[in-house]
Design a protein around this ligand. Structure first.
Ligand SMILES: [Zn+2]
Length: 318
């Protein structure tokens, strides 16, 4: 599971939770409770409908969640090869969407939160010159191994690419934006790293997905480390506010196999679902269980573009 945990903090982790005095997307101050996730209340802004954890978890709470094995935990199950196969099939789907949106596979591609490097590998195979940023040193080592010498993998956070202004043709954020403390600031940094006309692909859980509507307070994406929960509407507003344009949404297809889904719910149990998946696995032939299939589960995919001409709200070029 690729992710960028948080923007860099040089001080010792604080144990204080961080209440947001206003909605970070629209500035409103009235919130409605939505769910309680392991003692963390999730609320919905009454004005723009953005959902977020309120108060936000402390640095110490997040540090405890993001242990050394967090990024690769899902890859290190006995079904490792099955999961890798599904992730690469999903990566190919995202790359197809990027090419349909006009991305040229010869360009420079940046992925923040590159995990074990499965997306970067598929991009590299198509001809992109790839750069990955990943906070977990262990995951970076795995990603370098995956890439076998092509591309570059940087250990750290988004400030590592601060000097890469206007360098990239494409940027990809898979299951990252919901983990970031300040999404607006984060997206403006991405905008700065893209060339004019460059393309951004964002994948994130969606509160408008069928699984969110069906499962309600038991939605599997409700996790303490998910700080924000977007819908197509709120994600569009967040992207537009950061200076992106031409935003298009696509169905949140991921390639999943039964074994992949079962492994996920073993790690993140939801009452009833884990038992049902165990029963389904016992009844299903191995070849069928392992084959990745396109499923619309809990996410959305947004594709946005950096305007070709300088944007007055988000460009700081000298
Ligand atoms: Zn709001």
């Amino acid at each position: 599971m690729p992710l960028l945990a948080r923007l860099a903090h040089s001080h010792a982790p604080s144990h204080a939770r961080r209440p947001l005095s206003a909605c970070p997307l629209c500035g409103a101050t009235e919130f409605r409770p939505v769910a309680l996730v392991a003692s963390h209340p999730v609320v919905r802004c009454r004005s723009c409908q953005l959902q977020f954890t309120q108060p936000q978890p402390s640095d110490a709470e997040l540090a405890a969640i993001y242990g050394p094995d967090y990024v690769l935990a899902a890859d290190d199950t006995p079904e490792h090869a099955v999961i890798t196969r599904a992730k690469r099939a999903t990566a190919d789907h995202y790359l197809d969407l990027l090419e349909a949106a006009g991305a040229t596979p010869a360009g420079r591609l940046l992925e923040i939160g590159c995990g074990a490097g499965n997306f970067l590998l598929q991009a590299s195979r198509r001809g992109y010159e790839v750069t990955g940023v990943e906070y977990s040193a262990y995951a970076c080592a795995r990603a370098r191994q995956t890439l076998g010498g092509s591309g570059r993998v940087l250990t750290g956070e988004i400030d590592l690419i601060a000097s890469d202004a206007g360098l990239y043709d494409v940027c990809v954020l898979c299951d990252v934006i919901e983990h970031v403390r300040q999404p607006a600031d984060f997206l403006q940094r991405i905008l700065g790293a893209l060339r004019p006309g460059g393309i951004l692909l964002v994948v994130t859980p969606s509160t408008a997905s069928w699984s969110a509507r069906l499962m309600g307070k038991r939605w599997m994406e409700l996790k303490p480390e998910h700080l924000f929960y977007f819908s197509p509407t709120t994600l569009t507003r967040q992207l537009t506010g950061a200076g992106f344009a031409g935003i298009a949404h696509h169905r949140g297809i991921k390639y999943l196999s039964l074994d992949y889904v079962a492994a996920h719910f073993e790690k993140y149990p939801v009452t009833g679902i884990r038992a049902a998946l165990r029963a389904a696995r016992a009844l299903t032939p191995k070849g069928w269980r392992e084959r990745p299939r396109p499923l619309v589960a809990s996410g959305i995919i947004a594709i946005a573009r950096k305007p070709a001409l300088a944007n007055r709200s988000a460009t700081h070029s000298p």
